[in-house]
Write a protein that binds this ligand. Sequence first.
Ligand code: NAP
Length: 248
Amino acid sequence: MKLLDGKVAIVTGASRGIGRGIAKVFAQHGASVAFTYLSSVEKGQELEAELTTCGIKAKGYRSDAGDYKAADELINAVVADFGTIDVLVNNAGITRDGLLMRMSEEQFDEVIKANLKSVFNMVKAVQRPMLKAKKGSIINVSSVVGVKGNAGQANYAASKAGIIGFTKSVALELGSRNIRSNAIAPGFIETEMTASLDPKVVDQWRQSIPLKRGGSSDDVANLCLFLASDLSAYITGQCINICGGMLT
Ligand code: NAP
């Protein structure tokens, strides 16, 4: 028996990186998978075809998670296509790094909209089908940067710390309705988002991590698999670090 047999999951920002890894692991474990992307249309279409080879239903939607109305329409479309939603993974995210001295208002606003408001938009909309089904698991992708801060990422850290407070509040509000809400805080995960960084800096980071390597999308996807599945039925309101020991 697969861990997510019979469940319907939606993953935001799955055209590449961590989101793609989560969508694939969910499909391998029997979930039907709806996913979103914003600009990577071709990659989204490729992923839909790839997921379908696991013998489950999969569909990609082009949708901006930071847009309130678009998120609402997306959830309606997914419910129409899949019947229900058991699992929501809010993974979509961006960086617009810079020291505070040079950070523009646009850089701050863009990151808050894509990373934090998107979580509000999606959870607000997914409440309806989850309340109706009297169950659900919400997984919000924060970051170790949201837990401990990072120079040059005040906007990103604020958005990711905001996600943790939001996640815990939703857990308190919806626990009695059997809807769980957890955050995960990945450390240094090697994806397209990190591929543009200076290789020397990347190597220094690897050496500073107790497990001496960056994480993979699969490492993060396996934690999401656990939180999406009934194995984590008594876990809600938590922020789980997945960082090779960066935070202890
Ligand atoms: P990535 O490779 O840059 O992928 C980001 C994904 O989000 C893409 O699929 C992108 O779609 C999508 N996206 C961005 N803005 C969107 C929006 N407004 N609406 C819908 N989709 C949107 O990033 P990643 O490294 O996989 O990171 C995924 C998540 O993990 C992010 O929330 C990030 O903050 C978090 N995280 C990453 C790390 C790390 O080390 N990589 C560490 C901690 C936390 P398009 O391709 O179509 O634009």
